[in-house]
Ligand binder design. Sequence first.
Ligand code: CNA
Length: 305
Amino acid sequence: MSEKPLLSSFDIDGLVEYIKSERCKKITFMVGAGISVSAGIPDFRSPGTGLYYTLQEYNLPDPMSIFSIDYLKENPTPFYSFQKNLIPGIYKPTPTHYFMKLIEQKNLLGTIWTQNIDGLEHLAGVPEKKIYECHGSFWTFHCLKCQRKSKLEEWRDKINKGEVLKCKSTQCLGLVKPDVVFFGENLPKKVFEDIQDKVFESDLILIIGTSLAVTPFSGFFELAARDTVRVLINREAVGTCPIRVTENGGEKIIQVNQNYQRRFFFQCPEINFRDIFLQGDCDDVIYQICDKLGWRDELDQLISQ
Ligand code: CNA
């Protein structure tokens, strides 16, 4: 299954050359909690610092319960005292968020699929129509009983005090929940609107700061067309294709697990034709990319605004 390489090299220089070329007209982002870590918001799964390791004070049956709809109904206090740590307005976007804005200014932005619920893409100035918040957000709320919709500002004071939010209609008094997607809830319909076409028509997909552990998001990059370059910028390698290498009379035989054919191949140079892994903190990698593209001043300008 060896295919013609889409890049002159599978590293930062190959990426920069590709971005500068005529072939790269639409850049799509698929991002996760790692891009907001430098803003001061811990991710979920990083050992020691991730939210899952720091929720002891809430005595949860397991850390994932904080985002479980069943657990919320049974014991709402932990989530409502915790949510003040995540609502938009506390944290500032990071250089990686401003890089997405820069790409939009360059007329190169396709879609941003974000798993984050911190709203930092909006605060960096990316137009709303370009942002698909796969796990919802704190911008809007609704009552679990009467479904009345409301906005963050209506609740901000109570959230900051850690209060359990109750519907303002005295006949209802149902729990009011942010439109963040909990385990056991469906993703917003918008996420899937033309997703196949939008991913397919991307020339470059940048997957940044995610463990690719949550479905269905973890499979979105696999929808890419064969002539789409895919770049993972992360502290660790994720989403890779398991392969088996055997020797046959001195010849190396690589067998790709058929169930994982569309995953990243950057760990397998013999068959990789379009995947790059840039390991490290995403802001550092983004600065390096911008330096090489000659875009550093523009990025710094956006950050300092
Ligand atoms: P995750 O499972 O915690 O994975 C984060 C990934 O990012 C890991 O692979 C880390 O190695 C990597 N990482 C951490 N810091 C950096 C950095 N500075 N540079 C590069 N890579 C880094 O988080 P996912 O987003 O993959 O998991 C999906 C969950 C996390 C979604 O449901 C989110 O709603 C949820 N979440 C969101 C936020 C937020 O909105 N900021 C915070 C915490 C969790």
